[in-house]
Design a binder for this molecule. Structure first.
Ligand SMILES: NC(=O)c1ccc[n+]([C@@H]2O[C@H](COP(=O)([O-])OP(=O)(O)OC[C@H]3O[C@@H](n4cnc5c(N)ncnc54)[C@H](O)[C@@H]3O)[C@@H](O)[C@H]2O)c1
Length: 360
């Protein structure tokens, strides 16, 4: 018999709806409680979804006193650290929304708490569940490209700046890099097996976000809306990372892997003001290689699928909890991303190359 997995949800805003909708599709899940700091918000959330057996709280620590197996953390970035560490220390497994944290120090602390608790901390990057993401990883890791020495990733929206907590440095940590850059960084780094970063030289700006012409909250816009970074890794690998929430350009280019025997280009799906960045869907794939001594390019058919990636991410977490598997997308791995973002921010402030600080 399948064990019932008892779940709590911390934060009942936009993305919490996506979590709950997926949990409701899983017959072995019971939504035991929801917490939100805004008075009455969790109760309203529970009532609006007719979750009659689900308790509502204003303090996540009260929710954590319940008999739960795991929690989804759906709060703004600034609260990821405290809620995750509290949940782990209370002995609950954690599915945490991206990005992992506001600061690198928080991410390090979260990994420490994970190790001490023996529980799972998995970060919610649903694009990982796209079979084309796996295809990219398989091609890169197959050796067909030879030694990969250069990777370029990121991209840009022509217009696509969020507001609210997303544009406050203390609440979000970083802007476009953390919000959408984390997806393309994850694709590239995951395909490369999350290599160890060494140094970064970067530039960031926020010409659009701080201009009333482009952003209604320009007066309180504190993060970067554009960033470019050159990141060095162990084993003579370099990654160029470009990201933008707004720009006078259609795209900042494709993701590409350059190897000694071949190259792989990954285009984002679609076009338009929001689509020139890779943040979830593979548009098309091309392999560049020599054939009979001639430079040749071969389109690689992308895998058509009907999978709901968000459902897959929630189901994978539930399966890991109920079957005792390791974290599907471990916090320890995504800590590397946080270290890179931390280095990018320091480098752009100091206007020089800096070492990327990893705790191990
Ligand atoms: N995976 C995705 O596709 C995806 C999409 C959108 C947002 N996100 C991520 O999800 C997170 C939440 O984003 P959102 O758009 O739902 O934000 P939101 O502002 O709509 O909702 C966040 C909720 O958390 C509550 N909250 C804040 N601090 C809390 C605390 N300490 N305890 C309990 N509740 C607390 C707020 O009151 C709010 O109701 C962000 O980290 C964001 O990056 C992920």
């Amino acid at each position: 018999m399948i064990k019932t997995v008892r779940i709590g949800i911390i934060g009942s805003g936009g993305i919490a709806h996506a979590h709950i909708n997926q949990y409701k599709r899983l017959p072995n899940v019971q939504i035991v409680g929801v917490a939100d700091v805004v008075p009455g918000k969790a109760k309203q959330f529970v009532d609006s979804l007719s979750l009659t057996d689900t308790q509502a709280f204003e303090d996540h620590r009260k929710l954590l006193e319940l008999d739960l197996d795991g929690v989804s953390i759906c709060t703004p970035n600034v609260s990821h650290h405290v809620t995750t560490v509290d949940a782990l220390r209370a002995g609950k497994h954690v599915l945490l929304e991206k990005p992992m944290s506001v600061t690198l120090a928080e991410a390090v602390d979260m990994v420490k708490a994970t190790k001490e608790s023996g529980k799972i901390l998995t970060i919610g990057f649903q694009p990982r569940y796209d079979p084309n993401m796996k295809l990219v990883q398989d091609i890169v890791q197959s050796g067909k490209l030879g030694k990969v020495y250069y990777v370029e990733t990121g991209g840009g929206r022509r217009r696509g700046m969020p507001g609210g907590t997303f544009i406050r440095k203390d609440l979000a940590g970083a802007g476009a890099m953390a919000d959408i850059g984390c997806y393309s960084l994850d694709m590239a780094l995951n395909a490369m097996g999350y290599p160890r970063p060494l140094t970064v030289s970067s530039f960031t700006s926020n010409h659009f976000g701080t201009n009333k012409l482009y952003h209604p909250e320009a007066d309180r816009f504190e993060v970067e809306d554009f960033g470019v970074a050159m990141i060095r890794f162990e084993n003579d690998l370099v990654l160029q990372f470009k990201i933008s929430w707004a720009m006078h350009m259609d795209t900042l280019g494709s993701t590409m892997f350059l190897g000694t025997d071949g190259g792989l280009k990954v285009n984002p799906a679609g076009t338009g003001n929001w689509s020139g960045v890779w943040d979830g869907k593979v548009g098309d794939l091309t392999l560049f290689h020599d054939f009979m001594g001639q430079p040749t390019s071969t389109p690689i058919p992308i895998i058509e699928h009907t999978q709901d990636l968000f459902f897959e991410k929630v189901r994978d977490f539930v399966d890991a909890v109920s079957e005792g598997h390791p974290a599907p997308i471990p916090g320890e791995q995504i800590l590397i991303q946080q270290a890179i973002i931390d280095g990018v921010l320091r480098s752009s402030e100091l206007k020089r190359e800096v070492a990327i600080e990893l705790p191990y």
